[in-house]
Ligand binder design. Structure first.
Ligand code: GLO
Ligand code: MG
Length: 401
């Protein structure tokens, strides 16, 4: 089985790593400098794609909402420079996404903001992002729920908010198609909380439900962020990805690590107290399901591992990319070792492959066949399963024993 292609986005490399309790530690670097680090990672064969928010590439000026089209503007020039450097390094842009979380005007929401003036600014910012993504050749457009949420339930016009969200997403889909360019798919990235106390699309299941309300459900899929966003509320990544993949809606995956039940840890893949078994399980089940979507890291350098200074700022960022990729490859290798292990396979088969003829009957719509079939209850009920033994073999493999 081939190794999956991997993507590292601009914003993870750019982040100088502050937190709500302390300022950024690392030196800030420009979008062109981030671009150069990503191109270097491409040349070292670490990554295959990148992605970006509009704000990661060029500043947004609410007084010049179409500056990307104006050859005299700094945005126009910077975007061309970025495209040239990415092209030279053969690093394609997979996805573009609009930051509706950074600018303070969106503090009470972007696409769902109750104030139509702010919703218009959000819509125009999304449209500019779509033009930028088309210019850079992105295939996906991601909507992350960001500040579309609330802290106080009586501040929300509940009978309108989801309509606003549907209107915003329909506009994005329409405008992407009007560009008649590279963007062919949209993804919705759920998150339960942070930056808002509560968000309007908290889980993968909610996102899947929302897609059914959109004008073109075929355009939209989901972009779960695992283990972080599902794990924040103790939901499992396995369920999120398997449900979405079985619905053919798992277009895109964001990846990092998380201790369940905590704030958004955004730790690099496999780094931290928990998550090794869960990450390996996700990769194993995605292989089993024949999933072919896009894998992208979305996590940040731990603040402990940062330091100020110009030289540090490139070295630490490159180490961060390398660590994510190496850890991902370790998990991928373990997932495949588990899949290839004959003892594990035998136990799985014992659990899953009983009575194939009966399974076939149950998969058909023929009720008469089902009424004819019978079961020896005592025999079935007398069997103890060997799930703990199976799990032990998996753990042994993970620990290399
Ligand atoms: C934050 C999100 C964020 C999004 C990004 C893409 O928790 O994961 O990084 O993925 O804005 O839309
Ligand atoms: Mg994400």
């Amino acid at each position: 089985m081939t190794r999956r292609k991997l993507s590292m986005p601009f914003w993870c490399v750019a982040n100088p790593v502050g937190d709500p309790f302390g300022p950024a530690v690392m030196d800030r670097i420009s979008s062109l400098e981030v671009c150069d680090l990503l191109c270097k990672a491409r040349q070292e064969r670490l990554i295959d794609f990148t992605s970006a928010h509009d704000d990661d590439l060029v500043a947004w000026d609410p007084a010049r909402l179409e500056d990307d089209l104006d050859p005299q503007s700094p945005a126009f020039r910077t975007l061309r420079e970025i495209r040239e450097r990415l092209d030279a390094a053969e690093l394609p842009v997979a996805m573009v996404t609009c930051s509706l979380h950074g600018n303070p005007v969106f503090r009470n929401g972007g696409l769902t903001n109750p104030n139509p003036e702010i919703r218009l600014l959000a819509a125009r910012k999304v449209m500019r992002t779509i033009r930028i993504g088309t210019f850079l050749g992105a295939e996906y457009l991601t909507y992350w729920v960001a500040r579309d949420g609330f802290e106080c339930q009586f501040s929300v016009p509940w009978e309108r908010s989801y309509r606003y969200l549907v209107e915003g997403l329909n506009l994005a889909e329409r405008y992407a198609k009007e560009q008649n360019g590279s963007i062919r798919r949209g993804t919705i990235e759920p998150k339960p909380n942070e930056p808002r106390g509560e968000m309007f699309v908290p889980t993968t299941g909610h996102a899947l439900g929302l897609i059914a309300q959109l004008n073109d459900p075929g355009f939209w899929g989901v972009n779960p962020e695992i283990l972080q966003h599902e794990g924040m509320t103790n939901l499992s990544a396995e369920v999120a990805v398997a449900l979405a993949a079985s619905a053919h809606k798992l277009f895109f995956l964001h990846m990092g690590n998380q201790k369940p039940g905590q704030f958004d840890n955004d730790l690099p893949t496999l780094v931290g107290m928990d998550g090794i078994k869960e990450m390996v399980a996700v990769l194993w089940l995605l292989d089993r399901m024949g999933w072919q979507g896009h894998v992208e890291f979305d996590n940040h350098i731990p603040r402990t591992d940062t330091a100020p200074g110009k030289e540090n700022s490139s070295r630490i960022r490159m180490d961060f990319i390398r660590q994510n990729v190496e850890n991902y490859r370790m998990a991928e290798k373990k997932a495949r070792e588990i899949a290839a292990d004959p003892d594990i396979a035998k136990l799985m088969s014992g659990l899953w492959d009983k009575e194939p003829a009966l399974s076939r009957i149950l998969s058909q719509p023929d009720t008469a066949e089902i009424l004819k079939a019978s079961v020896d209850y005592d025999r079935v009920n007398a069997a103890a399963l060997q799930i703990a033994r199976l799990d032990q073999l998996v753990t042994r493999k993970l620990l290399g024993m």
